[in-house]
Design a protein. Structure first.
Length: 236
């Protein structure tokens, strides 16, 4: 009897688990930031216990699964609405290598050792920190790197095939909030930023969804509530 009950639970739980996975979104399945990882871990524990122990009330497992999915959605909503709370709940991208040098303070903030970074660089076939223009630990714990000019793989330009590129860009406004630490690292200040916003007819940074400056000094901006792409960049 217990065997039939376990098989029946598998048949009913797996479709529900698939539905909840789709409801939570691709980000939860593919990237697994720390909070989403914990959600998946708890979800797996709940489902595993239900399948393995026929004595557990099946309806309680279903309710728990649905509740976990809605909690995850609520936390993501909070993170989008309030970046300060979001930073407390999930990791933010962190610059760990800048202009060929390790950023010691940022490494300590995210509890990464030098060995961790060196290993991750080797996994990207980079064996010299000096070759890295910028290295960023993403929310999912992976390392994204931008190599210095001359150390990058052969490109279309190297083969005399002209393409227009902008290098990399650094976000200085995200969802209306000025990223002051990044702004200052680009040797700019809030007066400079105010001038750029005025050129776009914007008086308040709260009206900006995303703004960034490229390594070549081009400023791009996307207003809040606009469905079109970023406004044309300004060269400075």
């Amino acid at each position: 009897m217990d065997t039939i009950k376990v098989l029946g639970r598998i048949v009913t739980i797996l479709p529900l688990l698939l539905f909840i996975g789709l409801f939570m979104g691709k980000r939860s399945i593919g990237e697994l930031p720390v909070f989403d990882f914990l959600v998946v871990l708890v979800l797996g524990s709940v489902v595993g216990a239900d399948i393995a122990d026929p004595k557990i009330n099946h309806i309680h497992t279903v309710i728990a699964m649905i509740a976990i999915a809605f909690v995850q959605k609520f936390v993501i909503w909070i993170k989008l609405k309030n970046r300060k709370i979001g930073k407390l709940l999930t990791f933010e991208p962190t610059v760990v290598v800048f202009k060929g040098e390790l950023v010691e303070k940022n490494l300590k903030d995210i509890n990464y050792s030098i060995d961790n970074i060196i290993q991750m660089l080797r996994e990207e076939n980079v064996f010299h920190i000096q070759d890295v223009d910028m290295g960023i630990i993403e929310a999912n714990g992976r390392l994204s790197i931008k190599l210095r000019s001359g150390n990058e793989p052969v490109t279309k330009k190297d083969m005399n095939i002209y393409t227009r590129g902008e290098g990399y860009e650094m976000p200085i406004i995200m969802d209306g909030e000025i990223q002051k630490d990044i702004l200052y690292k680009t040797n700019k200040d809030e007066k400079w930023l105010e001038k750029q916003l005025n050129e776009y007819g914007i008086s308040d940074s709260k009206d900006v969804f995303y703004a960034a400056i490229s390594d070549q000094g081009k400023f791009t901006l996307l207003r809040k509530g606009k469905e079109q792409g970023p406004l044309p960049p300004i060269q400075h």
